[in-house]
Design a binder for this molecule. Sequence first.
Ligand SMILES: O=P(O)(O)OC[C@H]1O[C@H](OP(=O)(O)OP(=O)(O)O)[C@H](O)[C@@H]1O
Ligand SMILES: Nc1nc2[nH]cnc2c(=O)[nH]1
Ligand SMILES: [Mg+2]
Length: 159
Amino acid sequence: MSTEYSKNFPVSWEELHRDGRALAWKLLDMGPWKGLIAITRGGMVPAAIVARELNIRLIDTICISSYEGERRGELHLLKGVEGDGEGWLLIDDLVDTGSTARMVRELLPKAHFATLYAKPAGKPLVDSFITEVSQDTWIRFPWDMELQVATPLVERRKS
Ligand SMILES: O=P(O)(O)OC[C@H]1O[C@H](OP(=O)(O)OP(=O)(O)O)[C@H](O)[C@@H]1O
Ligand SMILES: Nc1nc2[nH]cnc2c(=O)[nH]1
Ligand SMILES: [Mg+2]
């Protein structure tokens, strides 16, 4: 982990599903929505959960990349969408520094932007989110993890 991030916040598939459904509950009475736009790639699984709960079938993507592991690089817009986003729900997994959010807000100023997780620097840019974590926390998503044998605590303390 880079020095910027000193804490880990691992999220299991079950927790992610629960948080996705909690986000759908929040968004339920704010519609109707014309459709949903997932910000790739992290927004795709949360978007699938929300789309299922809100019965949204029209789904588009904004394709952006910025991080290489835990290092933030330049933002690259690989694919946008037309329009100003009015009536559309924009979904990502998280906001961290808020750079990605700033770019999508410029592209789609009227969309409702929702994420599962938010860090303080990005929080003001999101309309709806479920859980806040501190700025020095790195969120570990289930699609980035695998099951491993855990080293016993006493042995970890020796190293
Ligand atoms: O608020 P920011 O500092 O911009 O960080 C948040 C963005 O970073 C991650 O995406 P990433 O660019 O790593 O691509 P990915 O979704 O394909 O993993 C995450 O999914 C958000 O989209
Ligand atoms: N997986 C993951 N990707 C990120 N991109 C920006 N911040 C984070 C984070 O905390 N976790
Ligand atoms: Mg992303």
